[in-house]
Unconditional design. Structure first.
Length: 233
């Protein structure tokens, strides 16, 4: 092994930690945890089998996976801070290996990818990750993607230094279908562009936002797609 590899990984972790501490304050994270508790309970959990294994790719502060009810929950992230954010019962996998080789094929019931694909180097990396998820899912398993939509927020899309890949609802659907998935649900306009946008923060406001689709059509700049691995491939 290269003697400098450990130093490189340490430097990457430090950069990621500084970046996300600047981007999200402790107060921001507190608000976001409340928002995500409602999002999971009122929207995502209804699309999850509680007897399945759920994998959160790019879990970050574990805003999604901590609130999910499932037989097994796995939070994957390159930033070691994911370990400190994970709730009791959530397994953590600290790695930047997106081939997902540490996860056996055909063992994941649901995968969740939120605000992550735009950080990858290029479209080949996007297709590579989706292909890896396809292999890890059980037949009939699903992937849920929450993704900033360049078509809906072109002037703000690159406000974040680590955004690299341009994706729209159309190109996201194409990427999923090319890698073998069948689209079951598409909401081109779902959540606001970021948690610092015109975003409902109080739990009752989040619940109301989820019920009132016209609010999503007005404020939504993130796309939600749910796609499944066919029972026969």
């Amino acid at each position: 092994m290269d003697g400098n590899s450990g130093d490189g990984e340490s430097q990457l972790s430090e950069v990621l930690d500084r970046l996300y501490r600047r981007r999200f304050s402790a107060a921001d994270l507190k608000d976001m945890r409340g928002v995500w508790k409602v999002l999971v309970e009122r929207f995502f959990q209804r699309r999850i089998d509680p007897g399945a294994t759920v994998l959160d790719v790019g879990a970050g502060a574990c805003l999604f996976i901590n609130h999910v009810r499932a037989r097994r929950r796995i939070a994957l992230d390159a930033n070691p801070s994911v370990v400190t954010h994970a709730a009791p019962g959530v397994e953590t996998l600290v790695t930047d290996d997106l081939t997902l080789r540490d996860i056996p094929d055909g063992t994941i019931g649901h995968a969740f990818v939120s605000n992550f694909l735009e950080h990858l180097p290029d479209h080949l990396a996007v297709l590579g990750l989706l292909g890896a998820l396809f292999r890890k899912l059980t037949p009939g398993g699903s992937v849920m993607v929450l993704q900033p939509n360049f078509r809906l927020a072109p002037r703000r899309y690159f406000d974040f230094v680590d955004h690299r890949v341009i994706l729209t609802d159309a190109s996201l659907v194409e990427a999923l279908e090319v890698t073998g998935f069948e689209i079951r649900e598409l909401r081109a306009r779902f959540l606001p562009f970021t948690s610092k946008s015109a975003y409902p923060r109080r739990p009752w406001m989040v619940a109301l936002y989820l019920r009132v689709r016209p609010a999503q059509w007005l404020l939504g700049a993130q796309t939600f797609v749910r796609a499944v691995k066919p029972l026969r491939t």
